[in-house]
Ligand binder design. Structure first.
Ligand SMILES: Cc1cc2nc3c(=O)[nH]c(=O)nc-3n(C[C@H](O)[C@H](O)[C@H](O)COP(=O)(O)O)c2cc1C
Length: 323
């Protein structure tokens, strides 16, 4: 068994919130040392894909929330991702909510209420300096409590990002709500002009066709190059508002991806995220039109080898279809 697997087993034996704190307080040099030792190549040319002129070894990344500040960059790389999402990063350091909550449910779901803790863009730049693995595109997930803040963090991270994800599922200090509506997106994108690096809009889960198409329209209007579908589902857990992720999101994500692909060509990038935990689901959602896949709950529940397992299953299933 690898050190990465051992580390995950140890974290899995702790309560999720403690595991999160232990992982984030582990020294970066130790995480990097383990990652360098563990890195194994298990990509096949069959999984290569091109996005925004960058060639990716495979279409799978770990979703925003795993590596808030760029500290786990090499861990993700050693797990074999094709791209890496950092964030969500806020324009200024932000502690998130108190008390925080992280729950693993037996069906593979996760419930989280962290409130977007972020050490800010300067810390991210410092963390990734001299540690960036070659040929690993970096995606910056950005968020803010104000529309102006999106522009600020976009510019600060512009040089190091291969592309951006704009997370609108965050508290809006002005209206005591989130930015989860097309009008708020219009306001945000004003501050992101000129969009010198590709940006994708990450939307909340919905099966309402009209709302999905409104997000498509506003994305095109603003110059977003695609959509990340989807963020967590808002629920109440023990009477506290939180976000649900994992298998229950999958049917919603399928609907969103199909609706977007029904009206937009392949050039409009669609990233599927929510409940993907097997090669079969990854291939199914790509057949529906997703260009890339992101996963998070499956990493929490099944451990670091899930990325390799999904890739191997994808290769196996694709070959079965060909022969
Ligand atoms: C603990 C945790 C933290 C998250 N933090 C973020 C975040 O900072 N920004 C964001 O856009 N999405 C965040 N998400 C949502 C995930 O990126 C993803 O959209 C969601 O978990 C669905 O994928 P999954 O079913 O594979 O977990 C978070 C999810 C979890 C479980």
């Amino acid at each position: 068994m690898s050190l990465l697997d051992e580390g995950w087993r140890f974290l899995r034996s702790l309560s999720p919130m403690i595991a999160w704190r232990v992982l984030h307080s582990t020294p970066t040099w130790l995480l990097d040392w383990i990652a360098e030792r563990e890195r194994r190549e298990y990509d096949s040319p069959a999984l290569n894909i091109e996005i925004f002129g960058r060639r990716l070894s495979n279409p799978i990344g770990i979703a925003a929330g795993f590596d808030k500040d760029g500290k786990l960059l090499k861990v993700a790389w050693s797990m074999g991702v094709g791209f890496h999402v950092i964030g969500s990063v806020l324009p200024k350091p932000h502690k998130g909510v108190r008390p925080k909550m992280l729950v693993r449910l037996p069906d593979g779901s996760t419930i989280n209420r962290l409130g977007l803790p972020s050490k800010g863009p300067e810390k991210v730049l410092d963390n990734i300096k001299d540690r960036r693995p070659k040929n690993l595109p970096l995606v910056m997930s950005i968020a803010s409590l104000t529309p102006e803040g999106y522009g600020e963090v976009y510019r600060k991270l512009n040089d190091v990002a291969d592309w951006f994800e704009v997370n609108i599922s965050c508290p809006n200090v002005k209206e005591h709500s989130t930015f989860e509506n097309p009008e708020a997106v219009r306001e945000i994108c004003k501050y992101m002009k000129p969009m010198s690096k590709p940006a994708l809009l990450k939307i909340p889960p919905t099966t309402d066709r009209d709302i999905i198409l409104q997000y498509v329209d506003v994305s095109r209007e603003c110059g977003f190059r695609g959509i990340v579908a989807t963020n967590t589902l808002k629920i109440k857990y023990n009477n506290i508002e939180a976000g649900l992720a994992g298998p229950k999101l999958y049917h919603i994500v399928k609907k969103v991806v199909s609706e977007i692909r029904g009206v937009m060509s392949e050039n409009f990038v669609v990233v599927a995220v929510g409940g993907i935990d097997s090669g079969e689901k990854a291939l199914e959602i790509m057949e529906l039109g997703a260009n890339l896949i992101e996963i998070l709950s499956a990493v929490v529940h099944k451990g670091p080898s899930i990325i390799r397992d999904i890739k191997m299953e994808m290769i196996e299933f694709s070959y079965k279809e060909v022969f």
